[in-house]
Design a protein around this ligand. Structure first.
Ligand SMILES: Nc1ncnc2c1ncn2[C@@H]1O[C@H](COP(=O)(O)OP(=O)(O)OP(=O)(O)O)[C@@H](O)[C@H]1O
Ligand code: SF4
Ligand SMILES: [Mg+2]
Length: 365
C-alpha cells in the first residue's frame, strides 16, 4: 500500500480530483437577467492520476471531458469539489499562487492552428511562456531552450523562424506539445491531442507523447472521445457519461472486461482487424443522442439509452461507483448480472421502449 501524504492523498498520486462539479448558469431575459437553470457539465467526479502514468478520459461529445480538464487548471471555476495537485488544493489558491501552480501543469489542445497565434514565429511562441514565468537565464538561455524543445519534439532547428501556417497538422501539434513542455511541467492535460489529425499522423503524435513521458517523467491526463486512441497510451481509463464517471479500471482490464453497459456499447463499436471476428461479433447501437446536461435523466443517467435497462431501479435510483474487481469500479445496479450473462442487451436498442432481457436461469449452463 502507498503511504498517504498531504490531505490524505497517496504519495504516488500527483492529481486527485474529489467530487468535482462545474455547473454553468443558463440565463434568460433581456431586462431582468435571471438564472433559469444550470448545465451540469461536470457533476461529481472523483479520479486520481498517479505520477508518471497516463489517465485516459473518454466519453462522447458533450459529456464534460474538456470542462473537467479546464476545471483542473482552473481555466473554468469549479462549482464544487476539490482538485488536489501534489497535495495542494488548487481551488483555494489566490492569483499569484495559482499562476505559479499553473507552471507545473500545462495543456495541449485539439486544434493547434487555433491555439497558436498565427502572427508569431515558432521561437516567439515557445519563448512566450518562459518570458511570462520569468524563467532563469534570460533571452539567450530561452533561445537555447527553444532549440532543445524542437529537438525533443522531432522538429529541425530551422523551424524556429517559421510561422504556424508553414507546417502540417502533425508538425503544428508538435509545436503545441513543445510549448506545453517548455516550462518543464509535471502534469500535461492533453485534450483530444490527435483527433484533428489524419489517422496516419495520429500514431506518430501518440508515440511522441509516450517518448516524452519516458524521457521527462511526465504525468498525463489524456482526453479523447475515441476509446481506440486512449487504449494505446493509457495506464488507466475513466469512462464519462453526462458529467459523471461510470466506469474506471486499468486500461487492459477495461478492454478485456468492460462492465458498464455504456462502455460495453462503446467497445462494441471499435472495429476489429480480423475480418472473421469482425463479422461474427455483435455491435450494440445506442438509441438517441446524449440527453441535455441541463436536465439529466433521473436515476441512472444512462437509462434512456441503455440496452440493458431493467424495469426496477434504473429509472429512479442513482447507481454509485462500486468496486467489482480489484481497481475496477462501475456505476450500474445490474453490472454483475450483465457480466455473468443473466441480463443481455435488448434486441434493438434503437427502440427506446425496449429494455434489456432477463435470461431464464434454467437455460444457463
Ligand atoms: N462556458 C460554457 N457555458 C455553458 N455551457 C458550457 C460551457 N462550456 C461547456 N458547456 C456545456 O457543457 C457540456 C460539456 O461540454 P464539454 O465541452 O466539456 O464536453 P466534451 O466532452 O469536451 O465534448 P467534445 O467531445 O465535443 O469536446 C456541454 O453541454 C457544453 O455545451
Ligand atoms: S443501472 Fe440500469 S440503466 Fe444504468 S447502466 Fe445499469 S442497467 Fe443500464
Ligand atoms: Mg471537448
Amino acid at each position: 500500500m502507498t503511504a498517504a501524504g498531504a490531505a490524505g492523498v497517496p504519495d504516488d498520486v500527483l492529481l486527485q480530483v474529489r467530487g468535482l462539479e462545474v455547473h454553468f448558469p443558463i440565463r434568460s431575459g433581456i431586462l431582468l437577467d435571471r438564472t433559469v437553470g444550470h448545465v451540469r457539465a461536470v457533476d461529481g467526479v472523483d479520479l486520481a492520476v498517479r505520477r508518471g502514468t497516463t489517465f485516459g478520459l473518454v466519453g462522447e461529445s458533450g459529456c464534460g471531458k474538456s470542462t473537467l480538464g479546464r476545471a483542473v487548471l482552473r481555466l473554468v471555476e469549479p462549482t464544487g469539489g476539490t482538485v488536489l495537485f501534489d497535495g495542494v488544493d488548487m481551488t483555494s489558491l489566490k492569483k499569484e499562487q495559482l499562476r505559479r501552480a499553473r507552471k507545473r501543469m500545462q495543456m495541449v489542445f485539439q486544434d493547434p492552428m487555433s491555439s497558436l497565434d498565427p502572427r508569431q514565429d515558432v521561437e516567439s511562441l515557445l519563448v512566450e511562456p518562459m518570458q511570462a514565468h520569468e524563467l532563469a537565464g534570460g533571452p539567450k538561455a530561452w533561445r537555447a531552450r527553444v532549440r532543445e524543445l524542437l529537438d525533443l519534439v522531432g522538429l529541425p532547428a530551422a523551424s524556429a523562424s517559421k510561422y504556424p501556417h508553414e507546417f502540417s497538422g502533425g508538425q503544428r501539434q508538435r509545436i503545441g506539445i513543445a510549448r506545453a513542455i517548455a516550462l518543464e511541467p509535471e502534469l500535461v492535460i492533453a485534450d483530444e491531442p490527435v483527433s484533428a489529425l489524419d489517422v496516419s499522423v495520429q500514431a506518430q503524435v501518440v508515440n511522441l507523447l509516450e517518448e516524452l513521458q519516458d524521457r521527462l517523467g511526465l504525468t498525463y491526463l489524456v482526453i479523447a472521445h475515441d476509446l481506440a486512441v486512449v487504449r494505446h497510451i493509457s495506464d488507466e481509463i475513466g469512462v464519462m457519461y453526462l458529467g459523471s464517471l461510470v466506469e474506471h479500471a486499468d486500461s487492459d482490464e477495461l478492454y478485456d472486461n468492460p462492465l458498464h453497459p455504456y462502455t460495453i456499447s462503446l467497445m462494441s463499436a471499435i472495429p476489429v482487424p480480423d475480418p472473421d471476428v469482425e463479422d461474427a461479433r455483435e455491435r450494440i447501437l445506442l438509441a438517441g443522442d446524449l440527453p441535455s446536461p441541463a436536465a439529466p435523466p433521473p436515476g441512472c443517467r444512462f437509462h434512456t439509452r441503455c440496452p440493458f435497462r431493467q424495469p426496477t431501479r434504473c429509472h429512479d435510483e442513482v447507481p454509485l461507483l462500486r468496486e467489482l474487481a480489484p481497481r475496477h469500479t462501475v456505476a450500474c445496479h445490474w453490472a454483475e448480472d450483465v457480466r455473468d450473462g443473466r441480463i443481455t442487451a435488448a434486441a434493438s436498442s434503437h427502440d427506446p421502449t425496449s429494455a434489456g432481457d432477463v435470461v431464464d436461469q434454467t437455460t444457463l449452463p
